[in-house]
Write a protein that binds this ligand. Structure first.
Ligand code: GLV
Ligand code: MN
Ligand code: MN
Length: 416
């Protein structure tokens, strides 16, 4: 059957409806979602995807870190699969499309192949990677990192959320609530190609009136936790000179860090996204403060140089408290495979979709899988580039356009 029948079988209404159905799971009053990794809402999303897969006769299975796979068989059962997907977990105040689009676009591609009656030599699989966001459990992109062998399963199972819940327990509960056949052994199996669709999460496509972003690279990223320790004391009686105020030390450190990471050109991204002060009482001088740092840049050497600066600031600015900085994640910049980049561009052009090459500012599971097999990504616009925000929005037309490109790319790769 002609390739164009695959793109033609992508159904905009079905894809849009699936987003609406998923958005109910963890839906917030402001129209976003709170579906954090390994929560009850995450389990509900897994079950819904599983139900849809079953209806279409696709097999599903999970691995030991909870990555959920959907498999459409090829004619050669022994051939390595072509994989596509993203994540279903969200930020605490997340949008309906970050991650979920990549999973639903991959599932739509499987359905389009099925509806068009297209047989492929290789199996085509969709995946929902566990804990991409890394907002509840650190580090993020965990499922794909374990799959690729970059993070150790045993260590990840011991990760704790901010309330002290151990990941292993949350995972067991999730898989109990959303049962699926188990892929035995450690996570990971050979892949032929991986392609991930995602909303851009920035404004470039919209500003330049393009429908498809042909993603060439992902900038490198590092995350840290900074802790300051002082001494709890009475807020009314303790003179300034006698205080060891852990929040004040954190503030001094943070202020110096904002200055040290201002690179003039606005390429280096530096974010303090979470601050915990304890004991958290208005009339006790804080004895402990903990804050997170997310730092990104396309050049690994720049990240390395700034890591040294951050460490020096922690050492110099904590007095009279003590302080430490711990690196939680380091992911090097990713350059995608030219074969996938070219194929995405070729298919977008064939479908007459305005497109442009662009790097990704956000991190994605594709950055880990790119070290396993030839990998690429497809971006579609999102309104005003707003993401990690409940107001995140995209049009049904753009989502379907990206799914058409994806379906064509997967169909071609699966027949190589
Ligand atoms: C993923 O959400 C990221 O933080 O880039
Ligand atoms: Mn995402
Ligand atoms: Mn995200």
């Amino acid at each position: 059957m002609a390739e164009s029948s695959v793109a033609g079988a992508v159904r905009e209404d079905r894809l849009w409806q699936r987003h609406a159905d998923m958005a109910k799971l963890g839906g917030t009053p402001k129209g976003g979602v709170n579906r954090q990794a390994l929560s009850a809402e995450d389990a509900a999303a897994r079950n819904l995807l599983g139900t849809w897969a079953k209806t279409r006769g696709f097999a599903t299975f999970t691995d030991a870190i909870g990555n959920l796979f959907v498999r459409r068989e090829g004619t050669d059962a022994k051939a390595q699969p072509v994989l596509s997907g993203s994540h279903m977990d969200s930020q605490p105040t997340g949008g309906r499309f970050d991650g979920m689009y990549g999973v639903l676009a991959a599932f739509e591609a499987l359905e389009a192949l099925e509806d068009a009656g297209v047989k492929t030599r290789r199996p085509v699989m969709a995946v929902a990677w566990t804990n991409e966001e890394g907002s509840r459990f650190q580090p993020g992109a965990m499922g794909s990192a374990v799959f690729a062998g970059h993070n150790k399963l045993d260590e990840m199972l011991q990760a704790k959320d901010w309330k002290g819940v151990v990941l292993k327990d949350a995972l067991a509960e999730t898989l109990k609530a959303a049962p699926a056949p188990r892929h035995e052994g450690p996570p990971g199996f050979p892949l032929d190609f991986y392609v991930e669709a995602h909303i851009e999460q920035g404004p470039r496509l919209e500003n330049e009136k393009k429908t498809i972003g042909v993603v060439t690279a992902i900038q490198g990223s590092r995350r840290y936790i900074v802790s300051t320790t002082g001494e709890e004391a009475h807020a009314g009686t303790t003179p300034r000179a006698a205080r060891k105020d852990a929040f004040r030390a954190a503030l001094q450190i943070a202020t110096a860090m904002y200055e040290a990471t201002n690179d003039g050109g606005d390429t280096l991204r530096f974010t303090i996204g979470r601050v915990d002060v304890s004991p958290g009482s208005p009339n006790t001088v804080p004895g402990k403060a903990v804050f997170t740092i997310d730092m990104r840049h396309p050049d690994e050497a720049v990240l390395e140089a700034h890591e040294a600066k951050l460490a020096a600031i922690v050492a110099a600015r904590a007095a009279p408290c003590s302080a430490g900085i711990e690196r939680v994640t380091a992911v090097a910049p990713t350059i995608f495979d030219p074969r996938v980049i070219d194929l995405v561009r070729t298919k977008a052009n064939a479908l007459k979709l305005a497109n442009m090459d662009m790097p990704s500012g956000a991190g994605h599971d594709a950055m880990h899988i790119a070290r396993l097999c030839p990998t690429g990504m497809i971006f579609v616009p999102c309104e005003r580039g707003v993401s990690h925000n409940e107001a995140e929005n995209a049009t049904p037309q753009d989502l379907a356009a990206g799914a058409r490109v994806l379906a064509e790319v997967l169909a071609e790769l699966a027949n190589r």
